[in-house]
Design a protein around this ligand. Structure first.
Ligand code: ATP
Length: 143
């Protein structure tokens, strides 16, 4: 089975570094599916879910934006922030989502709307990734 190298880093730390079978990433121009030996590519990322397949295991990571490069069978993600599903504090993300929703809906003229929208998208991605992981874990338990 063919594989490629995946490195996901933020300014703070290495989030993931391993050989993988496929990556699905939230590109700003749309969802990107990357398989081994992909052509060279450089793209920006939007807030969303990064799905990694390694053998038959899936790893889910929330990213808030950044860049993804594919070069010589190595995929490098430079993420603004990135958290593995199991490391997401879902209550914190839900609180942030609520705060951002309140700001977006407020009529405050001093509001930095673009900042509030970015915060909303980051927290939505975190809530989505952590909840999806939980529901797939409970399905596995039932089997
Ligand atoms: P908050 O208002 O809750 O801080 P935020 O969107 O402003 O959310 P960021 O500035 O994007 O937070 O992230 C700051 C740091 O906190 C990053 O290292 C990020 O990975 C981490 N982080 C943010 N939210 C969560 C969360 N819900 N669970 C785990 N780590 C988080």
């Amino acid at each position: 089975m063919s594989i490629m190298r995946l490195e996901i880093v933020t300014a703070e730390k290495i989030i993931y570094s391993d050989e993988v079978s496929s990556v699905v990433a939230p590109g700003t121009a749309g969802q990107l599916g990357i398989l081994p030996n992909h052509a060279p590519l450089l793209t920006s990322l939007k807030p969303g879910e990064l799905r990694i397949l390694k053998e038959d295991k899936e790893v889910n990571i929330a990213v808030s934006g950044g860049f993804l490069e594919v070069l010589q069978n190595v995929v490098t993600v430079l993420a603004d922030t990135a958290e593995r599903a199991e490391d997401i504090d879902v209550e914190r993300a839900q609180d942030a989502l609520k705060r951002a929703q309140d700001k977006v809906n407020s009529s405050d003229s001093d509001l930095d709307l673009e900042r509030a929208i970015q915060s909303l998208k980051r927290s939505q991605a975190r809530v989505y990734v952590s909840k999806r992981k939980r529901s797939s874990a409970s399905r596995t338990k039932v089997k």
